[in-house]
Design a binder for this molecule. Sequence first.
Ligand code: SF4
Length: 211
Amino acid sequence: MKLREFAQEVYEILCKEYPNAKCMLNSKSPLELLIATQLSAQCRDERVNKVTRIMFPKFRDVYDYANTEPRKIEKMIKSLGLYKVKAKNIVSSCKRIAEVYNGQVPDNMEDLLTLDGVGRKTANLILGEVYGQPAYVVDTHVKRVCKRIGITYGTAPDYIEKELRRVLKPETSNHFCHLIVNHGRKYCKAINPLCMTCPLNQKCLMHFEER
Ligand code: SF4
């Protein structure tokens, strides 16, 4: 079976298993999603949501963030780790959005990558969630699960992104990544994956290799 067909089968199985799979970061605007994603580096989405629930109402728009001292944001996000860098990146990226992009979160990869604290993972998430473009969000779950299943053989995020671009239908790619995150949390855990009860165990490369 070709890898594209295989990926489509995996996608269909996961769609049934996780009918509500979606981005778990709470936000009410493209800017809020960008900031929530910057805050989520090495941190669980639930913890980010807890912090942003209090922080977001304190800022009206990108200009508010751009004109704020990073120290003020540091205090609000301290519980998330890497808070000094994250606060600095939020202020500087908002300054750039205000000055260069007319206050709008960019809608293309090239411009998104010019913002501090925005790598390909964050940029892909914005493109998929905000602008409805094909997106390939390679986080720790996507890296691990796609390799185990046999959809990719690489380990570097950029390489995996290229592989996913090759095998996934563009219109399903963003949703596919959310499904894989759900699967990584529920069954395909980093330690002791629950292969015996996993709905992919008749398809998964790692499960076959272990038999
Ligand atoms: S069979 Fe095991 S390794 Fe494969 S996807 Fe399921 S939990 Fe992960």
